[in-house]
Design a protein around this ligand. Structure first.
Ligand SMILES: Cc1ncc(COP(=O)(O)O)c(C=O)c1O
Length: 417
């Protein structure tokens, strides 16, 4: 096999995996009911509760990429005809709609221009008008680099007796996200972004309000059902997917250890290690680290003379979008960076394809050397393509930011003693 290229990955996912995670994933296989493994499952659940900032009993990963977590939650909650409300402000809001429509939900949407977010009050007003069973919303839109304020929406959902489901795939472990304080009933995270674990698992959590719906729809597979399962009254419509049936999956993630699918044990090793690293760093420190490097990146981009696509207060700290200057072939610049520097940045989707570049600064990829390297590669690519930028300024601006930030932290610590 040819040697795989080594890259500096500065996209909004996947990002570079933590080296310790990769090592953990190469440990020998354990059976999915081996006590050594089930102990690791319990520890993973505990750490996921800390990650999501919740006391929920249910916090475990779904096997599959992040959208498997979205599908598991929505498939297990939505019955045909249920009214679901989705505020859309980018590609991943549309993905929520897509999934809900396939489940025969009656989907109500509102949309705003890509690059902006909704005023929370407008969303709240719409919830009161539409009276959905579920409100599903994206917290951090990687397609546009925006983060939606959610703090007050969950409270309204409780008052209106509907469930609040949030896609936190891009933000979990990188940006403040509080399941219990924000009254979120179910949340879905991603591994391949701020957790710096490879793609292939989706951590989720849900509370007893969500569980009540799921339990009503519970049906254990015939070949493994006990007499008691068969006599349990079944009062809802059956969950349409076997693989994503949370009523059965939660029985695997509980002392019952129901034999559902064959667990992807190596992925759990990776997630377990990634969570340990994250909690050792501390959530608050981690959120601050992401903002710290975001500022250096933005300073460099602006010093080059480029415009940020999003610079308002709802800019997502872990994704920085740059407006592609008129007449520049955006994909050719990205390809130049990859070929000559091994640096990968991303394009965007739909109306923004070719219009913006997206630079992710997430998890293990969010560090000084990566920021400096990405800025140098971008500047070199633009100069090579004869795009007028302020030559030699970007890296210097980022370095100046790093120097002054270090001094500020130092003098702050001195003042506090
Ligand atoms: C906000 C958001 N939601 C959902 C997804 C889907 O994740 P996956 O590609 O892992 O299925 C992504 C992927 O980039 C995302 O950024």
């Amino acid at each position: 096999m040819s040697q795989l290229a080594k890259r500096t990955i500065m996209t909004p996912g996947p990002v570079e995996a933590e080296p310790r995670v990769l090592r953990a994933m190469s440990a020998p296989i354990l059976g999915q009911f081996d006590p050594a493994f089930t102990e690791m499952m319990n520890e993973t659940m505990d750490m996921l509760r800390d990650l999501f900032q919740t006391k929920n009993q249910w916090a475990f990963p779904i096997d599959g990429t992040s959208r498997s977590g979205l599908e598991a939650v929505l498939t297990s909650l939505i019955e045909p005809g249920d009214r679901v409300f989705v505020p859309i402000y980018g590609r991943f809001g549309h993905l929520l709609v897509e999934i809900c429509e396939r489940l025969d939900a009656s989907v109500h949407t509102m949309e705003c221009e890509w690059g902006t977010v909704f005023d929370e009050d407008d969303v709240i007003e719409e919830i009161r008008k539409v009276k959905p069973k579920i409100v599903a919303c994206v917290h951090g839109e990687t397609s546009t680099g925006c983060v939606m304020p959610l703090q007050n929406i969950g409270k309204t959902c409780r008052e209106e007796d509907c469930l609040f489901v949030v896609d936190a795939v891009a933000t979990i472990g990188g940006v403040e996200f509080k399941v219990d304080d924000w009254f979120i009933d179910a949340a879905i995270g991603g591994t391949q972004k701020c957790l710096s674990v490879p793609s292939g698992m989706a951590p989720i959590t849900y509370n007893s309000r969500a569980e009540a719906i799921i339990s009503k729809r519970k049906k254990v597979e015939r070949g493994i059902a006990t007499d008691q399962d068969q006599t349990t009254p079944f009062s809802g419509s059956v969950i349409r997917s076997n693989y994503f049936d949370l009523s059965q999956l939660q029985d695997y993630w509980s002392p019952r250890r129901l034999n559902h699918h064959t667990e992807a044990t190596s992925m759990i090793y990776g997630l377990h290690e990634g969570l340990r690293i994250l909690l050792d760093e501390g959530l608050e420190n981690r959120f601050e680290r992401h903002i710290f490097h975001e500022k250096a990146l933005m300073a460099g981009i602006k010093a080059m003379g480029l415009d940020l696509f999003v610079e308002h207060e709802y800019k997502l700290p872990v994704v920085t979008c740059i407006a592609v200057p008129n007449g520049v072939d955006a994909d050719a610049v990205r390809s130049f960076m990859l070929t000559h520097f091994g640096v990968e940045i991303a394009s965007s989707f739909g109306p923004l394809h070719g219009k913006i570049w997206r630079i992710g600064s997430m998890g293990y990829s969010c560090r000084k050397e990566n920021v400096l390297f990405a800025l140098s590669a971008l500047e070199a690519a633009l100069l090579y393509k004869e795009v007028p930028v302020h030559s030699g300024k970007a890296v210097q601006a980022a370095l100046a930011y790093y120097e002054s930030a270090v001094e500020n932290v130092h003098s702050y610590k001195m003042r506090r003693g």
